[in-house]
Design a protein around this ligand. Structure first.
Ligand SMILES: Cc1cc2nc3c(=O)[nH]c(=O)nc-3n(C[C@H](O)[C@H](O)[C@H](O)COP(=O)(O)OP(=O)(O)OC[C@H]3O[C@@H](n4cnc5c(N)ncnc54)[C@H](O)[C@@H]3O)c2cc1C
Length: 415
């Protein structure tokens, strides 16, 4: 009932956001034997669902139910109170959260798992029919539009833009990608991987415009005309902006918590308020894998954060040091990344781009710190273990295909 107060026992946990991090936390708490109340505040109208398939399998099959984390009855069975949000304010002195319908929910511990919001295109362009993809609702709308689309322009050459481009291309839609930077996926992958995917997308017939911004956007009849830097034009039935995200921190900031494109947390994912944690895409945390506090946008990070906080709240605190890993499916290529491929002093390749199956291994100060595998899932799995155990491995030996990868793990154990 609006205005009612629920929960509030000292051992109760309230989770804001029922995406990957929030849903995983609720389940992990029960799996670890937590007996207090768990309230999971859902910011969306749909039952909590997985996001990565929205730009991949869901585009092709449209099966929304297949994305659910749990069947609706399982929340009841696990005694997880799933409530409709969003939360609109947090009162730290009162240890309570107010939901959009006026309900007040008391907490013993509060966890922000509010994810990110898409970065919008500048002001006037937002209302010129440009679409974005974040939610199941967005994806459902885009699927329907793509049925009517002959030409698609995507602004942004990151993972989501490229996954959508590859899907549309396979459906026979004419695709342009406009990327302001000098290479694709520059924030997340090394140069050789950018080059490979650029070649793949171009070979498939996608026009990729690098180093090119959008100067203006106009409706021309039923088409949208993008005027690009340098005064060339692209016209398309449908325009999608996939230009990155910012952390959803508005509520945390309003509650007085420290925020810097991410809610600032320590190595155990605690905010400066001992009764509040933050996990997943919305959290900025110290990491052994980076020089400065990090905010990651990945399912691995959301799940591992959730498990760490569930451990802390059930009596087994730990420091977060999980190795980051990611994946992206683009056309026939599966890219898997272990570690964070930043500046390297040496990169070696195992396999060839021509074969469509290879891994780029990145070294710094003689240590392996990242591996990017294209259609090489076994390399990816071995690389994760090698990096996590310190990355002491010989680069030349790794680049020699005759050396079976699993022998490197063996050497590591013998060392
Ligand atoms: C199309 C797409 C494809 C992706 N593909 C991949 C991939 O291949 N691999 C990969 O690793 N990652 C991928 N990602 C990223 C991945 O989905 C995110 O890293 C992951 O969802 C993060 O989980 P999260 O719980 O932190 O945030 P989210 O899953 O975004 O969930 C946050 C939730 O919090 C809710 N919320 C916000 N504010 C409030 C509030 N005030 N009250 C209540 N609820 C609130 C939001 O509505 C949202 O439901 C993809 C993302 C998208 C959008």
């Amino acid at each position: 009932m609006p205005g009612d107060r629920i929960g509030g026992a000292p051992d109760s946990v309230v989770i804001l956001g029922a995406g990957h991090a929030g849903s995983q936390l609720a389940v992990a708490l029960r799996d670890k034997g937590f007996t207090g109340g768990i309230t999971l505040v859902n910011g969306e109208a749909e039952a909590p669902y997985q996001r990565p398939p929205l730009s991949k399998a869901y585009m092709a099959n449209g099966q929304g139910d297949a994305l659910w984390f749990l069947k609706p009855e399982s929340y009841v069975a696990k005694d997880i109170r799933l409530v409709a949000g969003p939360a609109i304010s947090v009162d730290r002195a009162d240890r309570s959260v107010t939901l959009a319908d006026g309900t007040s929910v008391g907490y013993g511990h509060l966890v922000f798992a509010t994810g990110t919001r898409n970065r919008p295109l500048p002001g006037p362009w937002a209302d010129r029919g440009v679409r974005t993809l974040k939610t199941l609702r967005d994806a459902t709308a885009l699927r329907a539009m793509l049925d009517q689309t002959r030409s698609l322009a995507i602004i942004g050459g990151g993972f989501i833009g490229l996954e959508l481009a590859a899907y549309a291309n396979r459906r026979g839609i004419d695709v342009d990608i406009v990327e302001r930077g000098p290479r694709l996926m520059a924030r997340a992958v090394s140069e050789p991987i950018s080059e490979h995917f650029l070649a793949q997308h171009r070979a498939a017939g996608i026009r990729v415009h690098l180093d090119t911004g959008v100067a203006s956007l106009d409706r021309v009849g039923r088409l949208t005309r993008l005027t690009l830097d340098g005064d060339s034009h692209v016209e398309a039935d449908l325009v999608i902006a996939a230009i990155g995200v910012t952390a959803e921190t508005s509520l945390a900031q309003a509650a007085g918590l420290a925020v810097e494109d991410g809610i600032l947390v320590d190595e155990q994912l605690r905010t400066e308020d001992p009764a509040i944690s933050a996990i997943g895409d919305c959290a900025r945390f110290p990491s052994a894998h980076a020089d400065a506090p990090l905010r990651l946008e990945s399912v691995q990070n959301a799940n591992d954060h959730a498990r760490l906080v569930a451990g802390r709240l059930t009596g087994t605190p730990a420091t977060y040091d999980a190795l980051p890993w990611f994946w992206s499916d683009q056309g026939a290529d599966k890219l898997q990344i272990a570690g964070l491929p930043g500046a390297a002093d040496r990169r070696v390749r195992r396999g060839t781009a021509e074969s469509g199956r290879f891994t780029v291994f990145s070294f710094r100060d003689g240590r392996l710190f990242a591996a990017e595998s294209v259609n090489m899932p076994a390399d990816h799995m071995v690389a994760r273990r090698l990096i996590a155990s310190g990355g002491i491995v010989d680069a030349d030996a790794l680049a020699t295909p005759e050396n079976a990868l699993k022998t490197f793990l063996q050497h590591r154990q013998d060392a």
